[in-house]
Each structure stands twice: as structure tokens, then as C-alpha cells.
Design a protein around this ligand. Structure first.
Ligand code: AMP
Ligand code: MG
Length: 359
């Protein structure tokens, strides 16, 4: 699929903005840029988004170019008010109403049948549209100022980890977009859960903070998961086009080691020793519980196993830091595949190209 990444050719404005005391002028300026077809990166509660007017096909084209994203990988349309949903979809199923009531604004994206209003450029040629209402005051104000519909994928160069801080957006997007709104570190750190509501049974296409169990509880019916989410051996194409691309990839060669804690620590130390002898620069992703037990060029704790939210928040930052440190080989501990752990494991598995060793 066509992938064009244009050279940086513009000046990018950078504006620090406080969610609790929003600078109305900065929002008005950013909203105007979006209305005129420009691009603005902004914080959400999941990761930073790269926004453009979702109803302007030229803006969507610019988003693909700035990210170097394949143009068959559809964008999520962000709204700030529920009554804006009707115009961009053919119908709002009961399930969508229930989920919106429970989880919006929040880290849940719903796939619905699109209306004529949404250009094919925004949906990557699909007849469906992904919609979300983010839970971040800056994002909500910006969407309103832009006219109500902001297409926003994560604000990273395609293939790199999603940005959880504005400095990472700057690293990837400086000179390629009109403005960056710096709202500090994001709260969740992993992208939204995506649920497809266009078929009889709801199906999760990407795991996130809102889990299968939570969706089932709200809907009162079973919810399926796209099998390709966690299995490398799956021959089917993922239903979310973006999930087929190797995402979140650090420069170093990443392997996940799973198993009982002591065996994992021993195996990682053993692998690290032999790789360092071969001249590799090794980074390890451990947890607060284990990092003191590791010896490598760079050892980082992703957070506390008892609070997996901390791991979700730090994971992408760590992967980017290893890139900056010139790490060539990375070993990571595995995480439980339930709750937010499933989303963490899904992103790690993709970053590792499904390279896992169980000890
Ligand atoms: P990002 O915006 O970078 O978080 O990526 C958006 C994700 O949503 C990608 O994996 C897309 O493939 C997926 N997506 C967006 N729109 C649709 C859609 N209409 N149907 C299925 N997946 C979608
Ligand atoms: Mg992304």
C-alpha cells in the first residue's frame, strides 16, 4: 500500500497548555488551523493524537503524509459531543448508545457504518468509521473549536511507539505539522480499545484500557476478540487494517521472556551475558519487583506489577529511550494477559514481532 513520507518543510508552533487552566487563545488558534485544513497534535488521555479536519479529505491526506502511514490504514474520528455522532454514521445501534453512556468520554473507539459525510480518505476506503470521544479537556475543547470532527491517529511516525509526551511528538513531527499542544504526560499511555459494532456480535479489534469483561458487563451479551490480536500463527487478516502493520517497533531486537519470575530473571541475565559478549548493547524491561536482579547496559522498570496501569503508562517511553541509547537487543518480561495486561502484552508482542520465549 502506498506510503509517502514528505520531508519536513514548515515551521511547527509549540504551545504548552494546562488541562486545568486552558489557554483559550491557543485553542482558538489551533481550532482555526484545523478548520483551514492544517494539522495540530494534541494530548488525549490515551496517547498524543495528530489531528486534522475529519470531513476534509485533503487534511486526511496530509495526516498520512506526515506520519508516513499507509493510506489503507483508517483514522479514528474524534468528537466532543454525543449529538455530533448521528451525522457521521448511518445508524446508532443500541449497543453503541449503551457503550457511549458508560465509557464516553473515555478510551473506547467504536466502529460503525459511515454516512456520506465522512470521506473515504478518512476511513482508508472502508464503508465504516471509527469514532471516539476522548477524556481530556484540551482534546475536547480543540475538537469543538475545529467544528466537531477531528481525525486523529497517534502522533508518531508510522512504525514508532505512540507518543506519551509532547517531546516525542516533536521528535517525529517537527517541521511536518502546523502546531503541537503540549499537555504533559498522558494518563493511560496505550491506545484506545477498538470495538466493531457493525456485525451481529461486538468484536474487539484492539485491546485497551476498557476490557472485554467491562464491555460484556455493560452490554449484557458476549463480546468476541479478533483472534489475530494475540496470535502470530493466525493466518487471517486482522479486521482493523492498522493491526497488520508492524507497529510500536523499537530499533533494537526485542524478545519477550515469559514464565515464573525467578526463571525469567535467570534466563534474561544469561541471554544478556552472551549477547554482550558478542558486542551487542542490551536493554532490559523489568518491573519494580525485579530490576535490582538484572545486569545489562540499560535496565528499566516498566512499573509495578501490582498496578499494571503504571506499566501501560511507561512502556512506550522506555522503548523510545532504548532507541536513543543505541540499544541493539532488548529483553522484556511478559505480563498477565487479562485486564489492562492484555493491552500491554498485545503492544509488546507487536513490538517484538511475536518473538516470545517461555521458560
Ligand atoms: P491509531 O489512530 O494510530 O490509534 O490507529 C487507529 C486504528 O484503528 C488502526 O489500527 C486502524 O486500522 C483502526 N481503525 C480505524 N478505523 C477503522 C475501521 N473503520 N474499521 C476497522 N479498524 C479501523
Ligand atoms: Mg498509531
Amino acid at each position: 500500500m502506498k506510503r509517502v513520507k514528505e520531508e519536513p518543510n514548515m515551521e511547527t508552533k509549540f504551545s504548552v497548555i494546562d488541562e486545568k487552566n486552558i489557554d483559550k487563545e491557543a485553542i482558538a488558534q489551533a481550532g482555526q488551523i484545523l478548520k483551514e485544513g492544517g494539522l495540530v497534535a494534541f494530548p488525549t488521555e490515551t496517547v498524543y493524537g495528530l489531528g486534522g479536519d475529519a470531513l476534509n479529505k485533503e487534511s486526511s491526506r496530509k495526516i498520512y503524509a506526515a506520519k508516513g502511514r499507509p493510506s489503507d490504514n483508517p483514522l479514528i474520528v474524534h468528537i466532543a459531543e454525543l449529538d455530533k455522532l448521528e451525522a457521521i454514521v448511518q445508524e446508532i445501534p443500541e449497543s453503541a448508545k449503551k457503550l457511549a453512556k458508560e465509557y464516553w468520554p473515555g478510551p473506547l473507539t467504536m466502529i460503525l457504518k459511515k454516512s456520506q459525510l465522512v470521506p473515504m480518505e478518512t476511513t482508508g476506503g472502508l464503508q465504516t468509521v471509527a469514532v471516539r470521544m476522548p477524556n481530556h479537556q484540551v482534546a475536547l475543547e480543540l475538537i469543538k473549536a475545529a467544528g466537531g470532527y477531528v481525525a486523529a491517529p497517534s502522533a508518531n511516525t508510522s512504525g514508532k511507539p505512540s507518543p506519551t509526551l509532547a517531546c516525542f511528538v516533536k521528535e517525529d513531527m517537527d517541521g511536518r505539522i502546523d502546531m503541537i499542544l503540549d499537555g504533559g504526560q498522558v494518563g493511560i499511555g496505550l491506545e484506545s480499545t477498538i470495538v466493531d459494532l457493525t456485525e451481529e456480535m461486538p468484536i474487539i479489534l484492539r485491546p485497551g484500557y476498557v476490557t472485554k469483561e467491562m464491555l460484556e458487563k455493560t452490554l449484557g451479551i458476549p463480546v468476541a476478540s479478533d483472534r489475530t490480536m494475540m496470535h502470530a500463527d493466525c493466518k487471517e487478516a486482522p479486521k482493523a487494517p492498522g493491526m497488520k502493520y508492524r507497529h510500536y517497533a523499537p530499533k533494537g531486537d526485542l524478545t519477550i521472556i515469559t514464565g515464573e519470575e525467578q526463571s525469567v530473571v535467570e534466563r534474561i541475565n544469561c541471554l544478556t551475558k552472551s549477547m554482550r559478549e558478542k558486542g551487542e548493547k542490551v536493554g532490559i524491561i523489568g518491573t519494580d519487583e525485579t530490576i535490582a536482579k538484572y545486569h545489562a547496559d540499560s535496565v528499566k522498570s516498566a512499573g509495578n506489577r501490582k498496578e499494571e496501569e503504571t506499566i501501560a503508562r511507561e512502556l512506550y517511553r522506555i522503548l523510545r529511550e532504548f532507541d536513543d541509547e543505541g540499544i541493539t537487543v532488548i529483553y522484556s518480561e511478559g505480563f498477565a494477559e487479562d485486564g489492562i495486561g492484555q493491552a500491554i502484552m498485545n503492544r509488546l508482542l507487536k513490538a517484538a514481532g511475536h518473538h516470545v520465549e517461555n521458560v
